[in-house]
Design a protein around this ligand. Structure first.
Ligand code: SAM
Length: 258
């Protein structure tokens, strides 16, 4: 028995047909390592073990779930890691990683930031998260939900909302609706500006999302001697696409006006 623990975001999926549908979204190729975040009682792992065998790693923080899984799957004991996904160095698992999971909703954004740290080693992510977060991540410019995580993830991944799941498909049911999304690494190898700078510009822009860029980026503009403002900086962050942000950062780094 695993008693659901709220602080670990434990809402166990109970519908096996949904579990099968989620795992079928993974595009497993030779050379991939598959990492499941938070296997819980193993409803996804049942399918993943069949699909991926020894290429699968399970990372679970909850000791009680880990004991349950060790008994359930004695054959893959070595592949089961008891620990915090957020504290793992993903690069230790090699490259061409596929990450899958019904993520603990309370830390889903942190999981995405973690994945971004190893984006060149993570080919694909298939996950269930809170519906609002999924919409935020997948939405584009001009949309109220478009924000920091949408721009950062869309810089490196093509994102598709796959399907929605109702609270009744879990035990205990969560208070929110859920969505399954798929992120597939795009062809971008690098960006022309410093990545830390890019991230900080996006954060500064969206932290004051009602303001135009010339206001929210004032400190950077002064540093790069770009005190006069042209029309490119009179936009609000939600009007800028990923490509626009890349052009902006490049120009800011080079000290040019856009
Ligand atoms: N995969 C199971 C399912 O679909 O029924 C469980 C999903 S439940 C929404 C989230 C799981 O993530 C729980 O088993 C929880 O213990 C685990 N978890 C929470 N925080 C974690 C962390 N930081 N690292 C690894 N696992 C975590």
């Amino acid at each position: 028995m695993v008693k659901p623990k709220k602080h670990l975001g434990q809402h166990f999926l109970t519908d096996t047909s949904i579990a099968e549908r989620i795992t079928n979204l993974l595009d497993i190729q030779t050379g991939n390592t598959i990492i499941e975040v938070g296997p819980g009682k193993g409803i996804l792992s049942d399918f993943l073990i069949k699909k991926a065998g020894e290429k699968l790693k399970l990372i679970e923080i909850d000791q009680e779930s880990v004991e349950y899984l060790r008994e359930k799957y004695p054959e893959i004991k070595e592949q089961l890691i008891e620990g915090d996904f957020l504290k793992q160095d993903l690069n230790q698992f090699g490259d061409h990683l596929l990450i899958i999971g019904n993520f603990p909703y309370n830390i889903s954004s942190q999981i995405f930031f973690k994945i971004l740290e190893s984006k060149n080693n993570v080919d694909e992510v298939v996950c269930m998260i809170q519906k609002e977060v999924a919409q935020r991540i997948a939405s584009g410019p001009g949309n109220k939900q478009y924000g920091i995580l949408s721009v950062l993830l869309q810089t490196w991944y093509d994102i598709k909302l796959e399907f929605n799941v109702k609270p009744g498909s879990f035990f205990p049911p969560p208070a929110v609706n859920s969505s399954v999304i798929r992120l597939k690494r795009n062809a971008r190898k690098d960006i022309d500006c410093d990545e830390k700078f890019y991230k900080s510009i996006i954060k500064m822009s969206f932290n004051q999302r009602r303001k135009v860029l010339s206001n929210s980026l004032k400190s950077v503009l002064v540093n790069s001697k770009m005190e006069s403002v042209d029309k490119g900086l009179r936009r609000r962050p939600e009007e800028l696409s990923v490509e626009d942000f890349l052009v902006l950062c490049n120009a800011l780094e080079g000290g040019e006006l856009i």
